[in-house]
Design a protein around this ligand. Structure first.
Ligand SMILES: [Zn+2]
Length: 652
């Protein structure tokens, strides 16, 4: 191979690995090996004095552009009409079928919340990229978009082609970028706009964007007759597409899919704000046509927003059951995901500093499904801003606060009122000891009357004592006492949760209960053992270790047992109607379990866990980046279970 041939070979080879890494998420060589090939190519190009048009080294231009050139779109870009609810969507689907005079298929895809870009190819080569702009005129971002590794520089199709898609920053890239960024990005969407519309293409490259392609606007000498065909064509040309594409035939099917994605959307690696529904058949589309603003044959279903901005009015400092002090933002109330939000967590003082929020700032607030609302960052600085000052004394008991890691703690565990009440409330809650009748108000009364401060003391309560409380009649007293008695038989995972270990939520408690068979096993687990568990990072692991190091905690646990608490361990073979005797296949990466862990759990329930999907498979459990097994399950119409559903099903 002479040098010229080597240059051609290297160009192809590096492009191939780029595609494996960025498009298929399936790198086949190490980063170091990749770098070696890449830099050999750079050197060889320098030596020979030229590079091929498709060379990966052309992705970053060295020049900083003066300003963006305006560019007229050859095909004007329409926006999408929107529906707010399923009734309107149903009506629209019916209207479409009325217009065409027959039953229609509809395609369903993600509606991305990124930056729309149009890319042109000719002769199989990347030619240009333009932002949407106002739909008629956009900005020329050819150099910037070229740095996006999932944009192919060459494609098999040789005629003219214009595609449309969305530049996105995945959550993974967002978190990575913010780790080292001087000024953290507020959210992935802002990250995209600032990266593509950046005069320095090097900055675009740094943010490691992705391009998701979903539309062919112009194609020469080829007929595409449905959206399904278009989707396949896009994939075959080497573009990245979302992992969701479905054909639905009725409003019921559409509703089922949309509701499923709505629940799941916060776990996706990209931000989507709704779904796009289109008439699948392109010739029907031509008949139905356009208004002057949008195609009549396409519709967007918008999810209720999960992120909005509002004014931060004040900060309250809340003392939790472990003594951790959490700053809570008091907000100008907003409607978010169907609820009024007036408080959101600011996590800790380090986070406040990092996010640069102040009192009277306008801030982004995000509310995800199961998580409490969180202040994500500054939207806009306001007038009369004031710094948020952390207290030095506990707002509840007045003792001096200690800084441990990123958090402030009140270490007066015995005498701090808010800590005591929160600790007791946690202990009696449904996923812990589940003692009915002990409301927060009752617990406050109990503390006032009998100085009850530790959970075990609840098991010392008797009728004589309860009679002394205001408003306690015989019936109420009997109910509470029988509820307390009943709670003494407690399930293992509830017991772990009830301990109130810092950073251990009910999901983690559940996972731990499946891994460790007894309190002694959990108590003696070392760092290595704990961090090997999928759901457990170093912070959680050290919280567990610290908890069991504290002699007071051990004494308090022993007192529970002395007062009659018994942990009920699930039998080695529990039955669970969802899984017992079912044939199950696992695919993709799950967040809460490794595959061996989940396999063990399911096998204990009498499930048959197999590795390939067939018509005998009862269900496929799907994690992130699921591949061909998911496709096969869908093709065979086999039940598909996502992780959030799985967790619910495991509890039954
Ligand atoms: Zn305190």
């Amino acid at each position: 191979m002479d040098k010229k041939e080597r240059l051609i070979w290297l160009t192809d080879e590096v492009n191939k690995h780029n595609k494996n890494y960025y498009v298929y998420d399936n790198p086949t060589i190490s980063d170091a090996e990749y770098d070696a090939l890449y830099y050999e190519l750079v050197d060889l190009e320098k030596e020979l004095g030229y590079s091929l048009p498709s060379s990966p080294t052309n992705r970053v231009g060295d020049d900083v552009l003066e300003g963006f050139k305006k560019k007229k779109h050859e095909i004007p870009l329409y926006s999408l009409n929107k529906v707010k609810d399923f009734a309107d969507l149903n009506k629209w689907m019916h209207d479409m079928e009325k217009e065409s005079g027959k039953k229609e298929e509809f395609s369903l895809e993600y509606k991305y919340d990124g930056l729309k870009v149009v890319i042109e190819y000719n002769n199989g080569q990347y030619l240009s990229a333009t932002t949407r702009g106002n739909g008629t005129i956009g900005e020329d971002v050819t150099t910037q978009v070229k740095t996006i590794k999932s944009v192919p520089l060459t494609i098999p199709f040789k005629n003219r082609l214009i595609v449309q898609g969305e530049c996105m920053m995945t959550n993974k890239s967002f978190i990575e970028y913010n780790k080292t960024a001087e000024i953290p990005l507020k959210n992935p969407r802002n990250g995209v706009a600032g990266a593509v519309r950046n005069l320095d293409p090097k900055e675009t490259e740094k943010r490691r964007l992705d391009f998701f392609c979903y539309d062919v606007l112009l194609i020469e000498n080829k007929q595409i007759s449905t959206q399904t065909e278009m989707h396949k064509f896009i994939i075959n040309e080497g573009f990245k597409t979302g992992d969701f594409f479905k054909i639905v035939n009725s409003i019921d099917e559409a509703k089922e899919e949309i509701e499923k994605i709505d629940k799941l959307k916060n776990k996706l690696d990209v931000m989507i704000d709704g779904m796009v529904i289109k008439v699948n058949n392109c010739s029907v589309r031509d008949e139905i046509g356009y208004t002057n603003k949008f195609p009549k044959w396409a519709m967007a279903y918008k999810f209720k927003p999960v992120e909005l901005s509002t004014t931060l009015l004040d900060v309250a400092w809340q003392v939790g059951r472990t003594g951790k002090i959490t700053p809570i933002a008091i907000l100008e109330p907003i409607e978010l995901s169907g609820a009024t939000v007036s408080r959101a967590t600011l996590n800790n003082t380090q986070d406040i500093e990092r996010k640069q929020v102040k009192i009277n700032s306008r801030v982004f607030v995000r509310r995800s499904n199961e998580v409490i609302p969180e202040v994500m960052g500054i939207a806009e600085h306001g007038e009369h801003e004031k710094d948020i000052i952390a207290p030095s004394l506990c707002p509840s008991c007045g003792s001096e606060l200690k800084t441990i890691g990123a958090n402030l703690f009140c270490v007066n565990h015995k005498g701090c009122y808010e800590q005591i009440i929160d600790r007791l409330t946690h202990f009696v809650s449904r996923d812990a000891f589940n003692i009915e009748g002990l409301s927060e108000k009752t617990l406050m009364q109990l503390h006032k009357e009998f100085q009850i401060a530790y959970p075990y003391e609840l098991f010392k309560l008797n009728a004589e004592m309860l009679k002394k409380l205001e408003g306690f009649k015989d019936k109420k007293i009997t109910n509470i006492l029988s509820s307390i008695e009943k709670s003494k038989q407690i399930e293992w995972s509830n017991f772990i949760f009830a301990l109130g270990i810092l950073n251990i939520g009910k999901k983690t408690a559940f996972v731990l209960s499946k891994i460790f068979n007894s309190l002694d096993e959990l108590k003696n687990a070392d760092m290595q053992t704990l961090t090997n568990i999928e759901d457990v990072g170093e912070i959680v692991a050290s919280s567990i270790i610290e908890y069991f190091k504290d002699v007071d905690n051990l004494i308090n646990i022993q007192k529970l047992f002395d007062l009659g608490v018994v942990i009920i361990k699930p039998e080695v073979k529990e039955t669970n109607a969802n899984f017992t005797n079912k044939t199950i296949v696992l695919t993709g990466a799950l967040t809460n379990y490794t595959r061996p862990e989940l396999t063990k759990i399911l096998q204990n329930m009498g499930a048959n866990v197999t590795s390939s999907v067939s018509k005998n498979t009862d269900m496929v459990i799907v994690g992130a980046d699921a591949g061909s097994k998911l496709d096969k399950a869908k093709a065979l119409n086999i039940k598909v279970i996502y992780e959030n559903e799985l967790i619910e099903m495991l509890k039954k």
